[in-house]
Each structure stands twice: as structure tokens, then as C-alpha cells.
Design a protein around this ligand. Sequence first.
Ligand code: AP5
Length: 216
Amino acid sequence: MNRRILLLGPPGSGKGTIAARLETELALPHLSSGHLLRQEVEKGSPAGCRAKTFIDNGELVPDTSVLEVIEPALKGAIANGGFVLDGFPRNRTQAIDLDRWLAEHGIPLERVLLFTGPEDVLAERITGRRTCPECGRVYHGQTVPPKRAGICDLCGIPLVQREDDSEAVVHKRYEIYRRETHPLEQYYRQQDKLAMIPATLPLEGRFSAVVEELTR
Ligand code: AP5
């Protein structure tokens, strides 16, 4: 069955963490626009060069550059059983583009899960976050530690701290979330696809709440 799930929520709300669990346990491909863009930056591709300054400053990458990266990934995921989208769409234009693209392929979004929680708690999590530069999996020194300190469980390579996780840039990312992305809550509520999940739940409880929503 082709699943089309969207995870929505502010920085640090655990979209990447839950998407990785859904990939491992329900075999649903995780598509993270942030990870895809960071990979392009790493490769030094034209799309990556265009995106770098925006990412470093905590601003949204222009819609056309994001589409260039996300569209081939969406096509690949659909051929492999569907997707859990994380980080895209980020504004109304992207949401309309996504709806249009999925409608053309006859596969509308199924469910949108919105993770919510107080910004100060979520921002605190970002400070302790470490990411695998290869697969994009995220960990946290205290709450979601890797099996071996500082090493990715899957790739066996050293974890890194994201460059856009500095305090000033995180502050900017929240501002942009409130202005550009938060209005999507209403957009998907009108489509009757929205479910709210508290981001502050411990990881296991939150994952169970997500699975329950997806099996309703
Ligand atoms: P992106 O990579 O999408 O970042 P984000 O949305 O800011 O989200 P984060 O990755 O910070 O947080 P998350 O919700 O995934 O939380 P996580 O699971 O890591 O975007 C980065 C940049 O790319 C953007 O600023 C923009 O420039 C660009 N970009 C991306 N998409 C774009 C688009 N569509 N359009 C334009 N530009 C775009 O969890 C956080 C931490 O908490 C981790 O350490 C984790 O281990 C820990 N944790 C998770 N769950 C729990 C729990 N229940 N209890 C305790 N700790 C937990």
C-alpha cells in the first residue's frame, strides 16, 4: 500500500526522530527536505550552492530550489511504497504545489501529523542534538543517545552538530516557522487531515501515538 504521511512542526519537535522510527519499523521511506538540501550542500552541487547561505542563516531556501531537490525524491519514494515527508511543505505556496503534484499522480496526502510543544523546551533539545552526516539520523546526548557515544548506530561514523543549530540561527528558524509554516495548520485542518501529537511526550509514548493515528 502506498502511504503518504506528512510530519509538521517547529524546529526540534522531533519530526526527523519519528520519521526515522517509521522508516525502520514500518518500512516507510523518510524524506527530509532539510537532509536532502544539506546533502546537496555537501556535494557542492548547483542546488546546494544556491541553498547554502539560506540554510546557514536559518531562512527558507527559495521554493524552486527546494522543488528541484524534493521532486525526484518523491518520485522515487512513491515507487517504493510511499513516504513520510518531513520539512516540506514549509509555506502555503509549497503546500499548494505538493497538493497539485500529488493530485496529478492520483495519490493525495493521507494524514498530516502536527507535533506541538513549548519553544523553549524544543530549543533546548536542539542544543543537545547530534546528526549523522551520512544518513541524517538524529540523536541527543541525554534523551536519545547512540549505542556508542558520538557514533551513528547505522553508519558507524562520527556524529556532528548542525551548523544551523547555533542559538541565533535557531531563534530565526522559530520566527520563520511562526510566520510561514504555522499557517499550514489551518490549511490541513480545512482538508480534515490534521492530527495533533504533543512533542513533549517521551519518545516511546509519542511513537505509539503516531502509530495509533496512522492505523485509525
Ligand atoms: P530542517 O532540517 O527541516 O530543520 P527543522 O524543520 O528546523 O527541524 P529540525 O531538524 O531542527 O527538528 P526536528 O523536528 O526534525 O527534530 P529532531 O527529530 O531532530 O530544515 C533546515 C533548513 O533547511 C531550514 O532552516 C531551511 O533553510 C532549509 N529547508 C528545509 N526544508 C525546506 C523547505 N521545504 N523550504 C525551504 N527551505 C527548507 O529532534 C530534535 C532533538 O530532540 C534531537 O536531538 C532528538 O534526538 C531529540 N528528541 C526527539 N524526540 C524527543 C523526545 N520525545 N524526547 C526527548 N528528546 C527528543
